[in-house]
Design a protein around this ligand. Structure first.
Ligand code: G3P
Length: 220
């Protein structure tokens, strides 16, 4: 399972890539807005900047909800860089846009997926990735990870090549669960990336090694 960062923050992306642990990026209008990006033009500048830092897939979402506008925007987004993936929602208009854009060879990330049926429809419409939103299902009091499990199981039994991208992950346990289930990708906030690498025994071990060296050599 490869890790993507779910952010539009350039510093976070640069840090993740420098550490060698980030293979791609996902963004959406909410994440863009939190970086002060509010229209497609500015979003294009931000996404192009991200694609210069990250070699892997960078998902950029359309800013509209009707099929015709999503198709227009998807075509524009696809020109921003060679590694851009167009994110479209799991709606009737979204599936229509997926069908048109995927036929043109544009890779699609089916977003806002909350059911196995929606995932199956994305397959028919030509999505390359499907993004089940785990945390938002957890928020309703239902186990979001079971949707990832269902989709992975169905795709495996049906020999479906669409990649499962576990999204709306909120903590490190989500990441481990997604990996055990067999998700191909997990997209995580920068905060979760930092939490994943943190362990008190690692910190204590680093301090102890340094202290032991100082005790022997007498200097730092
Ligand atoms: O990848 C989807 C993500 O941005 C949504 O996360 O925490 O807003 O549900 P969240």
């Amino acid at each position: 399972m490869k890790l993507f960062l779910d952010t539009a923050n350039i510093d976070e992306i640069r840090h993740g890539v420098e550490m060698g642990v980030v293979a791609g990026v996902t963004t959406n209008p909410s994440l863009a807005a939190s970086e002060g990006v509010c229209d497609l033009l500015a979003y294009g500048d931000a996404v192009r900047q991200i694609t210069e830092i990250v070699q892997g897939p960078v998902s950029a979402e359309v800013f509209s909800n009707d099929a015709a506008s999503m198709i227009d925007q998807g075509r524009i987004i696809a020109t921003w860089a060679g590694n851009v993936v167009v994110k479209l929602p799991s709606t009737a208009d979204g599936f229509k846009a997926m069908a048109v854009l995927s036929r043109e060879g544009i890779p699609i990330n089916q977003t806002l997926c909350f059911s196995a049926n929606q995932a199956l429809l994305g397959v028919q419409a030509g999505a390359a990735y499907v993004s089940p939103f785990v945390g938002r299902i957890d928020d309703t009091g239902t186990d979001g990870m079971s949707l990832v499990r269902d989709i992975v199981d169905i795709f495996s039994k049906q020999n479906i090549a669409v990649k499962v991208l576990a999204a709306s992950l909120r903590h490190p346990l989500h990441v481990v669960q997604a990996a055990k289930i067999g998700a191909h990708y997990a997209t995580i906030p920068y905060k979760v990336l930092l939490q994943m690498m943190k362990h008190p025994l690692t910190d204590a071990g680093v301090v102890k090694f340094e202290q032991d060296l100082i005790a022997v050599t007498g200097n730092r």
